[in-house]
Write a protein that binds this ligand. Structure first.
Ligand SMILES: Cc1cc2nc3c(=O)[nH]c(=O)nc-3n(C[C@H](O)[C@H](O)[C@H](O)COP(=O)(O)OP(=O)(O)OC[C@H]3O[C@@H](n4cnc5c(N)ncnc54)[C@H](O)[C@@H]3O)c2cc1C
Length: 398
């Protein structure tokens, strides 16, 4: 038996896991009601895909990771990643909903029973959304431990002052998980200490200490500047222990990187599928353009890179779901998948020639959407330096 014809064992062929196949099929079916034209119109209007988000919520997909006792499906990050991958693979944009999945990485592990009882059943039923996570600040950027937003304990409340930038889905969420400094940096032995995370009830906060200023941007991504001016948060909204927030939020950040890797995989397959279809149909010089190796090779290359990145994505998912340290795999998966989807996007655009630029082909929209993941939630350079320093043992460069 040649290597090519050898049957793949089920555990090595992740795409053939039966539960995953069922999830894919069900999500694909739901997405078929939200075709290209739907997403194109939302993009053109710079709107929010409210109808799609409601449908995904009603079908229970955004409660995939919520334990069954709280009304969810009790699935893992792996299954959540399949949902988001499939949305992107069908031409949609999971950036509109992924916050609720990755915030579970933090809340399920570090939230109190009271917080879970208060929030999870309502999130599972769709009554509440927990779609936002506030980390990035305008003056410190990726240097997160230097963040300047403070939360100072006064009686039974924390009083928050400071600023955040690029905080997504605030206008379509009821809660946000906020990272703020509770002990001044100079009083902490380590720079990662002295930060805490809080549940912020946006319905109460906006207009009462929290001001939101939307940022118009290249992608139709609802994202905002936040200004905190003596915003009061009840002490029971502190997640876990005070001062350990940076450690806690890493679970959310690793979940986010892994989920975004899956979304990029979905994008990558979408780009290659579209390009192959077009390359087979478009006839120039009396033959399909796909007959030219100059057209074939970038697509073959993109396909291989997506497949390879997909393996790292499943490794990160498996480690996260097993409760193992998954930082290296999550970062590498995000980097490889974002790179693969971006290369696939370029190859797809090139294959389409001028038509790739026409909005009605949806390629320019997906091209913009997938480009974001070279920068957010963490930029490529920062992942490269993480791998160089923490995995290879090279000296820290900054
Ligand atoms: C559409 C969008 C949505 C977002 N949503 C959210 C959200 O919901 N919540 C949230 O908290 N944040 C969000 N972000 C923020 C995002 O995580 C940051 O933009 C990202 O982490 C990069 O940070 P920065 O923009 O401050 O870049 P900077 O830290 O200013 O870096 C700028 C550039 O310099 C490079 N650089 C910096 N330092 C080094 C170094 N030492 N070595 C090499 N290169 C370096 C970086 O790689 C980058 O390319 C969002 C951003 C965008 C654009």
């Amino acid at each position: 038996m040649t290597e090519m014809s050898a049957p793949m064992t089920p555990f090595l062929n992740f795409n053939l896991n039966e539960t995953h196949l069922e999830i894919r099929e069900a999500v694909r079916d739901l997405c078929s009601h939200y075709p290209d034209e739907y997403w194109r119109k939302v993009d053109e209007a710079r709107g929010f895909p409210e109808e799609f988000v409601n449908a995904l919520t009603e079908a229970g997909w955004l409660a995939a990771m919520i334990p069954e006792e709280y009304g969810g499906s009790g699935l893992g990050l792996t299954e959540a990643s399949v949902v988001l991958e499939e949305v992107n693979r069908c031409g949609g944009n999971s950036g509109t909903v992924h916050g609720q999945m990755y915030n579970m990485g933090t809340l399920l592990r570090h939230g109190s029973d009271a917080q879970k009882k208060m929030l999870l059943p309502k999130i599972a039923s769709g009554e509440l959304r927990l779609q936002s996570m506030g980390v990035t600040e305008p003056t410190t950027g990726t240097d997160t431990t230097q963040l300047k937003t403070t939360a100072v304990k006064k009686g039974d409340r924390y009083v928050v002052n400071g600023q955040k930038v690029w905080i997504s889905r605030i206008q379509h969420s009821d809660y946000m998980i906020l990272l703020a400094r509770t002990t001044p940096r100079e009083q902490c032995a380590k720079k990662t200490e002295g930060m805490s995370i809080f549940l912020v009830d946006l319905r109460e906060a906006i207009g009462h200490g929290l001001t939101v200023r939307p940022i118009l941007n290249m992608v139709n991504h609802e994202t905002n500047e936040l200004f905190f001016d003596n915003l009061e948060i009840p002490e029971e909204n502190l997640i876990g222990e005070e001062g350990k927030g940076f450690k806690y939020i890493l679970d959310g950040l690793n979940a986010e990187r892994t989920l975004i890797a899956a979304e990029c995989i979905g994008d990558g397959y979408w780009f290659v599928d579209r390009a192959v279809k077009y390359a087979n149909e478009r006839v120039v010089f009396g033959r399909p353009i796909g007959k030219n190796q100059g057209v074939q090779f970038p697509l073959a290359e993109a396909h291989m890179e997506i497949e390879a990145a997909n393996l790292m994505r499943y490794r990160a998912c498996a480690q996260f779901d097993a409760g193992l340290a998954c930082g290296p795999a999550a970062n590498m998966a995000k980097h490889l998948a974002a790179k693969a989807s971006w290369e696939a996007a370029n190859a797809c655009l090139q294959t389409h020639g001028g038509f790739g630029f026409a909005c009605e082909y949806d390629i320019e929209r997906k091209f913009r959407e997938t480009r974001l993941y070279q920068v957010a939630p963490i930029s490529t350079n920062l992942i490269l330096s993480y791998v160089a320093e923490h995995l290879l043992g090279l000296p820290r460069s900054f």
